[in-house]
Write a protein of this length. Sequence first.
Length: 250
Amino acid sequence: MHLAKLHDSPEIFHTLQGEGPSAGSPAVFIRASRCNLHCVWCDSDCTWNFEGTPWPHENDALPGTAKHRQSAVTCELDPAAAARLVLAFNCPRVVITGGEPLLQESGFLEMIQQIRAAQPDCVFEVETNATRTPSADFAAAVDQFNVSPKLSNSGVAESLRLVPDALRFFAHSPKTWFKFVVANPADIAEILTLRSRFGIPHERILLMPAARNTADLDRRAPWLAGICRDLGWRFCDRLHIRLWGERRGV
Ligand code: SF4
């Protein structure tokens, strides 16, 4: 499997889930490298924003930042080795994130099966951009999909970020929660359109402020919380940013 690499090790770490319905729960995170989308504000661009790639990212123009050298931020690991590293934390929840984990579905399915054989009560969450429909075996093995369809604020063409068959699959799965990253009022109208178009269950929608630091969170959260109250949707904070800022691997 292609995994993100941090401090010369695969990015597998024990932390608290920072977002979504299980926020606050202890979890082991494992970060897939590679994504089929290239959001301009992606906070995990180490998984795809490599030197020599053409996709723009808002960090590219910042002083002191540059696209990532692929060999410095990516490593290869087989599913059995990944399972051993995850099991070493003896944690009942695993979050497979990315990048886009569904690009490497077979490897992650093998990893899940090996972890579950040793730890049958382990709960698996998968974070996905909902552009791939999971196989029946993978969907059965996963306990919760944290689905984050991308809006036009991502800078990605609609033809790439909205895949109707995949979105309808997730909308009909009782394992799915939809988490939308909201930056401005126009995003709300877009979400309402997506909800109608793909039949997204009202009670499974969470709105999360677009934020990379606590200042952004504090600025957008009160406004977005009011919208959640008025529309009857759940508000989703970013606990990990409040606790650890932009640091990776914690
Ligand atoms: S889909 Fe997610 S991982 Fe992929 S570029 Fe967008 S924010 Fe980053």
